[in-house]
Design a protein around this ligand. Structure first.
Ligand code: NAD
Ligand code: TYD
Length: 376
């Protein structure tokens, strides 16, 4: 399965079969959180492709932000980095005054469920107060502007947990379960409230679990790759039967590009490649791939999988129906899960310097605090 699927190559998003009319033409874009996993992939995709568009990346460089991700953009005349906090109203206002943004693409967030369980207030501050600060600045700055747009990036976790049947659609009621999901739900409500009350032009996307290059190894897929390469135990929460719906980050970026230009005002789009897997299946696929690539005996790395205490309130299953995005905007993903995982494992193996830099002492301390008490 992996061999044939791996032949599916990643094709450029310019080949999207898009028959929709242009709704917004971004000229000067404020990207928040552009040094994180998805934000940096988005900038790497967009900055060279749109040399006539100015990109300003506002990022606080928390533990999750890493300028190494953006090295390829050094010397790009249309890209500019600003270190700072989205909740700092004075800074955000001065950036709007200086750059006269037409567009905000809002990624910045605290993004890890486990961290939200140990430190929920940090999530409320960045995800809700930070988003409100951006919205409030944008509504004043854009009072008399034409063709402006605020795009908010959110998660399918706002819809809560599914049983073994059913899928999320744009009509699914919100039912967030973790502090992370609740803070993202709050930010989504704020965006829609600004659209409804003040007429702020916006689009919103709720996306399934992403994977691919430059993801922090606190998240499942890079965590498994990193620990498997080092032949260290791999923590599997509960019985490993929880299901996630996986989307390659390059496909997410092509979807965002598409929504930004062709998405209709005040619309929400659910983004997913509709590729579900149980955690156990996914991790076994990853460890088998690493055995293949590194020449270890087949099945050896599966022995590293260690069942640990479950995450409190662990959502059982997420699954998205992405028909609205596919049908209305003609977007489609280029990676299925086997091809995407192969691409991802190869990327991490080919970038040991990135993994070394990110998996530093503070990560090790976090990992030990998080898991060693559960005994992996
Ligand atoms: P990430 O944790 O990798 O990156 C977040 C970035 O935001 C980092 O660069 C960090 O430095 C920056 N940041 C944090 N607080 C900030 C603040 N107060 N001011 C300015 N910058 C700040 O996150 P990610 O995985 O790239 O996720 C990006 C967005 O996509 C988030 O809004 C997240 O909720 C959403 N999302 C992520 C996934 C996923 O699977 N990773 C899935 C669906 C939605
Ligand atoms: P994660 O990457 O944290 O994303 P999310 O919680 O936002 O879905 O986790 C993905 C799944 O993997 C989730 O069901 C929890 C599980 N998981 C483990 O089993 N072990 C781990 O070490 C981690 C980080 C996650």
């Amino acid at each position: 399965m992996l061999t044939s699927a791996s032949r599916i190559a990643f094709r450029q998003t310019s080949r999207i079969m898009n028959s929709s009319a242009l709704q917004h033409e971004p000229k000067r874009i404020l990207v928040t959180g552009g040094a994180g996993f998805i934000g940096s992939n988005f900038l790497l995709h967009m900055v060279p492709k749109y040399p006539g568009v100015q990109f300003v990346n506002l990022d606080l460089l928390t533990y999750a932000g890493n300028l190494l991700n953006l090295q390829r953009l050094e010397g790009s005349g249309n890209y500019h980095f600003v270190e700072g906090d989205i909740a700092d109203g004075d800074l955000v206002r001065s950036l709007f005054e200086e750059h006269d943004f037409t567009t905000v693409v809002h990624f910045a967030a605290e993004s890890h469920v486990d961290r939200s369980i140990s430190d929920p207030l940090a999530f409320v501050r960045t995800n809700m107060v930070g988003t409100a600060t951006l919205l409030e600045t944008a509504r004043h700055a854009w009072k008399n502007s034409q063709d402006v747009r605020f795009h908010h990036i959110s998660t399918d976790e706002v819809f809560g947990s599914l049983g073994s049947e059913g899928v999320f659609t744009e009509e699914t009621p919100y039912d967030p379960k973790s502090p992370y999901a609740a803070s993202k739900a709050g930010s989504d409500h704020l965006v829609r409230a600004y659209g409804h009350t003040y007429g702020l032009p916006y689009t919103l996307s709720n996306t399934s679990n992403n994977y691919g290059p430059f993801q922090h190894p606190e998240k499942l897929i890079p965590l498994v790759i990193l620990r498997c390469l080092k032949e260290e135990s791999i923590p599997m929460y509960g019985d490993g039967m929880n299901v996630r719906d996986w989307l390659h980050v390059h496909d997410h970026c092509s979807a965002l590009e598409c929504i930004l230009k062709y998405g209709r005002d005040s619309q929400t789009y659910l983004v997913s490649a509709e590729q579900e897997s149980t955690n156990l299946n996914l991790v076994q696929t990853l460890t088998d791939l690493i055995d293949d690539i590194t020449g270890r005996p087949q099945g050896r790395s599966r022995e590293l999988i260690t069942f640990v205490e479950d995450r409190p309130g662990h959502d059982f299953r997420y699954a998205i129906d992405a028909q609205h995005l596919r049908n209305e905007l003609g977007w489609k993903p280029q990676y299925d899960l086997p091809a995407g995982l192969l691409h991802t494992v190869r990327w991490y193996i080919e970038h040991p310097e990135w993994l070394e830099a990110i998996a530093d002492e503070s990560y090790q301390q976090y990992f030990e605090k998080q898991y060693l008490s559960s005994g992996p």
